[in-house]
Design a binder for this molecule. Structure first.
Ligand code: ATP
Length: 295
């Protein structure tokens, strides 16, 4: 028995807690209790459902038994100390971990009830449905226009110039970039500022009509003004998409998300309404992190 050993015991879900009320009454906390998930990991209108997810890099386990839903038109922020597994978990959702040698994902992960890791799943259309925006803006070495038109072309969404023009304009408008680039669509995407490049990458993700957008620290390379633009955009995008965002900024999590998930040593420790997490966290580890006592 211990009160603060962090790397032992296994996370359990809210359902497991309900099955074992006796454990709740114990005064002294067991290791398993310290690391169990508290709050609201599940939701009724889940777009993405993850159950008992374990991820390994070779022999090393990076994610331990995480269960979490992400609802339609919801922004879920994932926070936690460096190395706690936020990006690893995020990458499970569109199988980006498949590209990492030695990485193995276990568990039930579904998108609209369909298995993400099913044997017949083609990752190319999956990644169009579940788009991703990375930490560092990574426009293709192509024109602004072609950065956005490329996806719709290769996914067969549009081929005629007029259709592509419409998708490019709409995507750039929704990403809040159209007015800044409409007169230089033929110029290289790499010639834009960092904040503009990140909005271009968001336009590129939107252009293939995704249902979910995963964002891995999308503002970490941006100044406060560009960050504010992206945050406004996330709020607007929520009307049409499901969004999961990894961020090191607790202010950002508080501004953009409806629920916040706190990870610690590869375990999901707490997930709850964002306001609750930041004003009245249930778990002592969450409280220690958000008050700056570690991380
Ligand atoms: N490609 C990889 N090969 C081996 N181990 C990895 C790899 N990527 C991540 N890890 C390990 O998995 C664990 C979780 O890493 P991950 O990058 O998911 O954490 P994170 O919470 O996103 O960190 P950060 O906030 O620093 O980006 C860490 O121990 C990390 O060293």
């Amino acid at each position: 028995m211990t009160t603060m050993t962090l790397n032992a015991g296994s996370a359990v879900t809210a359902g497991d807690q309900a099955k074992n009320p006796a454990a709740e009454q114990s005064v002294v906390k067991t290791k398993a209790e310290i690391l169990k998930t508290v709050g609201k990991p599940l939701c009724d209108n889940a777009k993405l459902r993850m159950r008992n997810v374990n991820v390994y890099y070779g022999e090393t386990q990076a994610i331990h038994n995480v269960s979490l839903d992400i609802g339609r038109n919801e922004v879920v922020a994932m926070i936690g100390p460096s190395g706690c597994g936020k990006s690893t978990f995020l990458r499970c959702l569109n199988r980006m971990n498949d590209t990492i040698e030695g990485c193995r994902v276990e568990g039930d992960l579904t998108l609209d009830g369909e298995a993400i890791y099913g044997p017949k799943v083609d990752v190319v259309p999956l990644r169009a449905r579940v788009g991703m925006v990375f930490q560092k803006p990574n426009p293709f070495p192509k024109s602004i226009y072609d950065n956005v038109a490329y996806g719709p072309k290769i996914h067969g969404i549009a081929s005629r110039r007029a259709e592509l023009d419409e998708i490019v304009e709409n995507s750039l408008r929704r990403a809040g970039l159209w007015n800044e680039v409409k007169d230089r669509l033929d110029k290289p995407g790499t010639g834009l500022s960092g904040g503009q490049q990140q909005r271009l990458c968001i336009a590129r993700a939107i252009a293939v009509s995704p249902e979910v957008i995963l964002m891995d620290e999308p503002c970490s390379a941006l100044d406060p003004i560009a960050t504010a633009r992206i945050e406004e955009l996330i709020d607007e995008l929520r009307e049409n998409y499901t969004i999961a965002i990894v961020t090191h900024s607790m202010q950002q999590a508080a501004r953009v998300s409806q629920r916040t998930a706190y990870f610690h040593l590869g375990k999901l420790v707490e997930v709850n309404d964002t306001e609750t997490v930041f004003t009245n966290p249930e778990h002592e580890l969450t409280e220690a992190y958000i008050t700056g006592r570690f991380g």
